[in-house]
Design a protein around this ligand. Structure first.
Ligand code: UDP
Length: 431
């Protein structure tokens, strides 16, 4: 038997993906929908193409949602009633985990025995559900935390609300129960072991991907025209959920510093902020607008609602630089997507961003959140055409190292390994 046939044989036929607090059907870039939603839908589609069916369980948030929706061939989204048909905050969701778990178990009970071969839970709330389902179904649990409370709390924006202790406890339990823990970077692997006591042998680092068919370099002028921007403009962009952790305020302060240093720039500078309110930043668009006014740059800042499809591609292509000033970021898909469009990224040197951005090759990493440092880095890239052109080439090159196909292959390998370990039948490669 060849290695690839052996691999295929130990791959699951069907998996249950748990995504309690947010659905892969939602538009990312606002509320609870972000990189995790993109991760789940992109890898699910790729898994189904490789013969592993995926059923994603998410909480029903409206009575209009059908119980089951086909996201793509081989990928179902199951809406589980648990609590009111309306959005709940993450703080309220733990009270609905029992109802949600009951819905998941009931769905499985209606199928033939052994319907799901494996569970992959995303975020700690889903991990709690997966923990119980694992025991009931006798299948392995693979868990991805996406973010960790202890890491978030250590990098909190000034005045932001810390994650509660109940989340820390819940995360610790899931780390102890999961068969495999998937992380985005080696930094996160180390955090999981050091801060949560994870067994290093259970941790697998799998790089997230980017859709290189959708996000690719293309006409800058066309993208700018679509946004009503002039070809001569100097365009700085931010895309993502608007919340203190993402620090869009740092970009605004740096932009104000740039026009203070060079008042001439005011005629050409545009700052795009794409995304909607989220998490502890529910009042953020309003307070960001206020900040822009206080900084005297309200006329330079354009707020865009969460962008989908080609609109988001146009934002990335139109920008001279995409800024990712986050206080913490377990990876930063926006950084990768912008680079795939041939746009250099200036990012904070935190979390997974040093993996997502190759410092000096595809963008610039800034070791602080000081507006002066950010203004320096943004000016270095956006105002020096030769530097920008070199980084733009590097950006496409760097992004091409990532893909959802590669991510999915690594996840499927992790599933196969978890299955062999769980059932205690390390399949020998028969030659
Ligand atoms: N996004 C989007 N429209 C927007 C802003 C963001 O679709 O207007 C998407 C973006 O394409 C990316 C995701 O939201 O895939 C954000 O992921 P990231 O890892 O950058 O941040 P997270 O939301 O996971 O914290």
């Amino acid at each position: 038997m060849t290695i690839s046939r052996h691999r295929a044989a130990s791959r699951p036929r069907r998996i249950a993906v748990l995504s309690v607090h947010t659905s892969p059907l939602e538009q990312p870039g606002t509320k609870d929908a972000g990189g995790m939603n993109v991760y789940i839908s992109q890898t699910a589609v790729e898994m189904a193409r490789r013969g592993t069916s995926v059923e994603v369980f998410t909480r029903a948030t409206s009575s209009d949602q059908p119980p089951v929706v086909e996201l793509a061939p081989g990928v179902l989204v199951r809406h589980v009633p648990a609590g009111p048909f309306e959005p709940l905050t993450r703080g309220e969701l733990p009270s609905q985990l029992c109802a949600f778990t009951s819905g998941v178990l009931r769905t499985e009970a209606f199928q033939e025995p052994g319907y799901y071969d494996l569970i992959h839970s995303h975020y700690w709330l889903s991990g709690q559900v997966g923990w119980l389902a694992r025991e009931r179904w006798g299948v392995p649990l693979v868990h991805t935390a996406h973010t960790l409370a202890k890491v978030k709390n250590a990098a909190l924006a000034h005045g932001d609300t810390p994650e509660p202790r109940t989340r820390v406890i819940g995360e610790e339990q899931v780390v102890a129960e999961a068969d495999r823990l998937v992380v985005n970077t080696e930094v996160e692997a180390e955090q999981l072991v050091r801060l949560y006591g994870a067994d290093p042998d259970a941790v697998r680092t799998v790089s997230p991907g980017v859709d290189l068919d959708r996000f690719r370099p293309g006409g800058v002028e066309g993208a700018r025209a679509a946004l009503g921007l002039s070809p001569e403009a100097v365009v700085l962009a931010f895309a993502g959920r608007i919340q203190p952790l993402k620090a869009p305020d740092v970009l605004l302060k740096a932009a104000a510093t740039l026009v203070r240093r060079d008042p001439e720039l005011r005629r050409r500078l545009v700052v795009l902020v794409a995304g909607g309110a989220s998490g502890t930043g529910l009042d953020q668009p309003a307070s960001l607008r206020r900040l822009a006014g206080e900084l005297g740059i309200a006329d330079l800042v354009r707020f865009l609602p969460p962008q989908g499809g080609q609109d988001l591609v146009n934002v990335y292509r139109a920008a001279d630089v995409v800024a990712v000033p986050s206080h913490n970021e377990s990876f930063g898909l926006v950084a990768l997507e912008a680079q795939a469009c041939g746009t250099p990224v200036v990012a904070a040197r935190v979390g997974g961003l040093p993996v997502a951005v190759a410092d000096g090759e595809s963008g610039v990493l800034v070791p602080s959140h000081a507006p002066d440092d950010w203004a320096d880095a943004l000016a270095r890239v956006a105002l020096r055409p030769a530097v920008r052109a070199a980084l733009a080439r590097g950006a496409s090159r760097h992004a091409a190292r990532f893909s959802w196909q590669r991510t999915t292959e690594a996840l499927l390998d992790t599933y196969a390994e978890a299955t062999r370990a769980f059932h205690g039948t390390a399949l020998e490669v028969a030659v």
